[in-house]
Unconditional design. Structure first.
Ligand SMILES: CSC[C@@H](O)[C@@H](O)C(=O)COP(=O)(O)O
Length: 353
């Protein structure tokens, strides 16, 4: 039994687990160019907010090595241009721009282009390592919050493969498996691209967690029939007031948790907070292509030309969130006051110290 990983970097080589092919094929691909990294993020080969940020950071470092100028100012502009390009690959997860901005800023501290190239790679590695540590800490806090609870529901994949390791919402289950604490996890399949059935179920099986698959429409009945005791989800962006964007269907679960009076937890590292925006209304929601809904495994499941609305994320309002689990601690309402207190004085996108 082991916890699967999705991103590795060794001597300037970036290798990712192709999450589009899971669970039937376990295929690792080497990303060699900025365009490869853009495409991997855009097509969900690498996905999940922290993993997108980590991959983009390595992508920027990869591309920087190939810029031939010796002039630091010119180099900085080339890196900025690359960052803007990668940053446009997906709009909702704030970890993407957070990581890119963090990398671009290290160029400002470099004395030469060669030193800047080195610093970029080092900073990408640091982001990767910090995320693993954050996720482990989130798992430990999550275990505390879930004390005495066994049956827990989740959606999408906020797991190890969506991060550096352990995941956010799934971290308590991985850590629980290590120490013999047993959970019964109910994983929503997560239409339309099945991150729940393809990824979460696979990932939890790899680390020996007891997981049961349900369709998204079975959530309410399952909460009743199986006496689900808590819901835990990841996040793509958390506004200053605690409103949280996550995979489409998360809002349904937040409403259900409220209706059934069970806790609804969000688990995310501080790099997922965007305290530059006041509320979830300002979070850009990605819309993806209609074929994700009109087709299944390449076969049409709707009349040709059907009108489609395919938002990839929704926003759970802060009032429905029982607590937000971060590596810096467990944040409880009132979020407007408690988020800045937990994250420190940071006022921008992402909030790692
Ligand atoms: C730790 S991952 C948190 C979120 O990014 C996750 O829950 C999610 O919504 C992922 O969406 P995806 O479209 O698969 O990138």
């Amino acid at each position: 039994m082991s916890i699967p990983l999705s991103i590795s970097w060794s001597e300037g080589q970036l290798v990712i687990l192709d999450q589009q092919k899971l669970p039937h094929e376990i295929e690792y691909v080497t990303l060699e160019t900025l365009e490869d990294v853009f495409d991997a993020i855009f097509t969900l080969k690498v996905r999940g907010a922290p993993a997108i940020g980590i991959a983009a950071a390595y992508g920027l470092a990869l591309s920087a090595v190939r810029h031939e100028t010796e002039d630091l100012e010119t180099f900085f502009h080339l890196v900025q241009k690359d960052a803007e390009y990668l940053g446009s690959s997906r709009p909702t997860a704030v970890n993407l721009v957070w990581a890119l901005q963090r990398l671009a800023s290290v160029v400002r501290n470099a004395g030469s282009v060669d030193a800047a190239k080195q610093l970029l790679a080092e900073e990408a590695v640091r982001i990767h390592e910090e995320d693993e540590a954050s996720c482990r800490q989130i798992g430990a806090y999550g275990l505390e919050l879930l004390e005495g609870k066994k049956r827990v529901m989740t959606i999408c994949n906020a797991g190890s493969i969506a991060t550096a390791k352990y995941g956010t919402a799934l971290a308590p289950f991985h850590l629980g498996a290590e120490i013999g604490r047993e959970f019964e996890v109910y994983a929503c399949e997560t239409r339309p691209v099945f991150q729940g059935s393809r990824l979460t179920v696979w990932e939890l099986q790899q680390s020996g967690v007891n997981v049961t698959l349900i369709t998204d429409s079975m959530a309410a009945h399952t909460i009743e029939a199986k006496e689900v005791e808590a819901i835990i989800v990841g996040a793509d962006r958390i506004a200053a007031n605690g409103d949280t964007a996550n995979k489409i269907g998360t809002l349904n679960l937040a409403i259900l948790a409220n209706a059934y009076n069970i806790p609804f937890y969000v688990a995310a590292p501080s790099s997922t907070f965007d305290v530059s925006i006041g509320s979830g209304a300002e979070i850009p929601i990605e819309e993806r292509k209609p074929e994700e809904i009109t087709h299944f495994a390449g076969e049409p499941v709707a009349p040709l030309g059907t009108k489609v609305f395919n938002p990839a994320f929704d926003v759970a309002p802060a009032r429905l969130i029982t607590a937000i689990i971060t590596e810096k601690g467990i944040i409880k309402p009132e979020y407007e006051k408690n988020i800045p207190a937990a994250l420190g004085a940071y006022t921008g996108k992402g909030a790692h110290s």
